[in-house]
Write a protein that binds this ligand. Structure first.
Ligand code: G4P
Length: 287
């Protein structure tokens, strides 16, 4: 699902999310565990204001488990509930309703004290495209209603879907735009497939991948491409040329760059995380 974001679309998306927010008790902010900060909307804190939230680091099956732990701790330190899941596996996903009840314990107690036998708490999923909002929503309600294919700017009648007896979810996720203002963020989003292949140049993103993996996941990278110590002593540019020739692309370096992007997304270099808490580029909570 590719969305071209223009200022008008952003304003509309923001207004829609804020309209829906009035109806919910808390927010599930969905991010990609491989790049949690780059995959957040830059105005998230401003948009959701004081609503309680659960940070959901999705696609943890693709992310570096050590770094995922660091991120969960980091978000908890900011006062959010935080959980790492992958939408494909129900076990951890099913902790979301429990976390929601913990977050809303005061409201539930109050409703019960008023004699309401089945108190309801209401939430919505919010995130940039492709982080897994629809998949998570479908898994939480354990059915496959048509929650995919929503686009910002399209309104329809809203429904509440039951995750369990207490937790109700808005049937349409809130879709917000990613951060575009920074080159590095763009490269992270492109490498993880969060933004469409048509909006970046593969040579730039492929080179970013080469640099990142040789630096941070060198052994996996070395093994994936059968590199020796001499190869690894090459400069980034020369290594790209070497890999291109070795893979039969001759001097068509763009094809090698594309291959690196493809291989990264396929997990050929193993599970990876592109940023850790405290990196300079992480500024969503520094507003
Ligand atoms: P969105 O609503 O936020 O836009 O995201 P959506 O649920 O459509 O998910 C985007 C892509 O990410 C989908 O793949 C989906 O299967 C995949 N995905 C969602 N959650 C996870 C997860 O926890 N782990 C992994 N590995 N992938 C996840 P797709 O290629 O667009 O479609 P398909 O492969 O399902 O056919």
């Amino acid at each position: 699902a590719t969305i071209q974001w223009f200022p008008g679309h952003m304003a509309k998306a923001r207004n829609q999310v804020q309209e829906k927010l009035k109806q919910v008790d808390f927010v599930l902010e969905i991010v990609d565990a491989r790049t949690p900060e780059a995959s957040r909307n830059p105005m998230m804190n401003e948009i959701i204001g004081a609503k309680p939230r659960i940070m959901v680091l999705n696609k943890q099956d693709l992310a570096d488990p050590e770094k995922t732990k660091q991120w969960v701790t980091y978000y908890q330190g900011l006062g959010y509930e935080a959980i790492a899941i992958d939408a494909q596996h129900a076990k951890r996903l099913n902790q979301i309703p429990t976390l929601g009840k913990r977050l809303m314990a005061a409201k539930i107690t109050k409703q019960k004290s008023r004699g309401i036998r089945n108190p309801a708490i209401r939430a919505m999923c919010i995130g940039i495209p492709n982080v897994g909002k629809s998949t998570i929503l479908n898994r939480l309600i354990k059915k496959n209603v048509a929650v995919t294919g929503n686009r910002p700017g399209v309104t329809k009648n809203q429904q509440w879907l039951k995750a369990d007896e207490t937790l109700q979810l808005l049937d349409t996720p809130g879709i917000l735009w990613p951060k575009f203002d920074d080159d590095l963020i763009g490269k992270k989003l492109a490498l993880t497939g969060a933004i469409a292949d048509s909006v970046y140049s593969e040579d730039v993103v492929g080179m970013y991948g080469l640099q990142f993996f040789r630096e941070h996941y060198q052994e996996a990278f070395r093994r994936a491409y059968g590199l020796n110590a001499q190869d690894l002593a090459l400069s980034d540019g020369d290594l790209m040329i070497h890999l291109s020739q070795k893979n039969g692309f001759a001097d068509n370096y763009n094809r090698m760059a594309e291959r690196i992007i493809f291989d990264a997304r396929q997990g050929k270099f193993g599970r990876f995380t592109l940023e850790v808490p405290g990196d300079d580029a992480n500024d969503a909570d520094a507003e």
